[in-house]
Design a protein around this ligand. Structure first.
Ligand SMILES: O=C(O)c1ccc[n+]([C@@H]2O[C@H](COP(=O)([O-])O)[C@@H](O)[C@H]2O)c1
Ligand SMILES: Cc1cc2nc[nH]c2cc1C
Length: 350
């Protein structure tokens, strides 16, 4: 499916089925809306799939691995080689996110969408060997950025065909908080300083270099804030592009997609800029400790469930939400109703 085909396929949620789901929650023997966001998210999933019974048994984490040319500017605490090392560990299923996935029954799908070296991760969707340094020119061409998005759409298609019912976005890419802050700064029209944090543990000097590099890249490339693909291509990265594609592909195929942290949230922003309706298919999991993460979620109109000061990436926050959603689905599908236990409801609920 091309980006254009995916965009055209995205339709509004099934309101009628969501109303049925709300009535089901209200008929369950408990105070009204007492499960809060658990109820709202399960109702959203009913609207996404158009199925009144909820089945999110088969879940997968798509981990988009890519390198970012801007790392040359000294904007990260660790070297670029860490991207490939962690990607290999994704394949061995030993990263933090992988262990969390094992714990709660989520399959792990690492993808090399643009690392500088080939690793053991699949390379069939690779767009290029790392993006260019955005302080010296555009990180990518528009065509390369679209290819990255289409890699994510292809993953959503592949996983849908394999019977997956819920996807989580994750990433690995040294330097991707720099690109994410640049994209967010342009799309949210906010000062670079407000949108930039320490990523994977940057020093104060490093933070100043990072802010200056982002300012330089934006001034040089002049990304058009009304064109999210232009912003993604000029000051973004392929990890962000790949995840944006997973959101768009998920929406086109009626699969809910979990947003992880800051980078994953910025990818959601790009996807929502391309097709605003795609937001209805996204679920916010947690608020990353990166300073602008809450601003990105606000712009998306999403309230996350978890406020846990996590900022690891890889999809860890999204996976942390899976047990909560599994509980919600089981409660919704199986709990007894007021009628079952012979308790009179208020008249207006009948
Ligand atoms: O998801 C987040 O909110 C998040 C916040 C800070 C760092 N990270 C992870 O750290 C890496 C990027 O950090 P950096 O400093 O290299 O830009 C990347 O591999 C992400 O998975 C992730
Ligand atoms: C070791 C390491 C693991 C990571 N996972 C996601 N981002 C990361 C950054 C580092 C440095």
């Amino acid at each position: 499916m091309t980006l254009e085909e995916a965009r055209k396929k995205i339709k509004p949620l099934d309101e009628e089925k969501m109303e049925t789901a709300r009535k089901r929650w209200d008929s369950i023997a408990k105070p009204l809306h007492s499960l809060g966001k658990m109820e709202d998210l399960i109702t959203q999933i009913v609207g996404i799939t158009g199925e009144v019974k909820v089945d999110i048994g088969k879940k997968a984490l798509v981990a988009m691995c890519a390198d970012n040319g801007v790392v040359e500017e000294g904007v990260t605490q660790t070297g670029q080689e860490v991207t490939g090392i962690v990607a290999d560990n994704f394949v061995k299923e030993t990263t933090t996110a992988c262990v969390m996935c094992h714990q709660c029954g989520v399959a792990v799908k690492p993808v090399d969408v643009g690392m500088v070296k080939d690793t053991t991760a699949r390379t069939d969707l690779k767009v290029m060997y790392g993006t260019r340094n955005m302080t010296k020119g555009p990180a990518m061409t528009r065509e390369e950025a679209v290819k990255g998005i289409e890699a994510g759409i292809a993953m959503a298609e592949e996983l849908k065909a394999q019977g997956y019912r819920l996807l989580a976005t994750g990433e690995m890419g040294i330097g991707n908080t720099t690109t994410s802050s640049a994209v967010a700064s342009v799309l949210l029209d906010q000062p670079v300083e407000t949108m930039t944090g320490r990523g994977a543990g940057l020093s104060s000097d490093g933070l100043t270099r990072k802010i200056n590099a982002i300012k330089k890249a934006i001034a040089l490339n002049e990304p058009d804030p009304s064109d999210p693909i232009d912003v993604l291509a000029k000051v973004g990265g392929l990890d962000i592009a790949g995840m944006a594609g997973v959101y768009l592909g998920g929406a086109a195929l009626q699969i809910p997609v979990l947003i992880d942290g800051f980078i994953s949230g910025v990818a959601a922003l790009v996807a929502a800029g391309i097709c605003p309706q795609a937001k209805d298919y996204m679920i916010a999991s947690h608020v990353s400790k990166e300073p602008a993460a809450h601003l990105v979620l606000e712009k998306l109109g999403k309230e996350a469930v978890l406020h846990a000061d996590m900022c690891l990436g890889e999809g860890t926050g999204a996976i942390a939400l899976c047990p909560f959603l599994d509980m919600g689905a089981t409660l919704y599908n199986t709990l007894s109703t007021f009628d079952d236990i012979h308790v009179d409801q208020y008249e207006e609920l009948k």
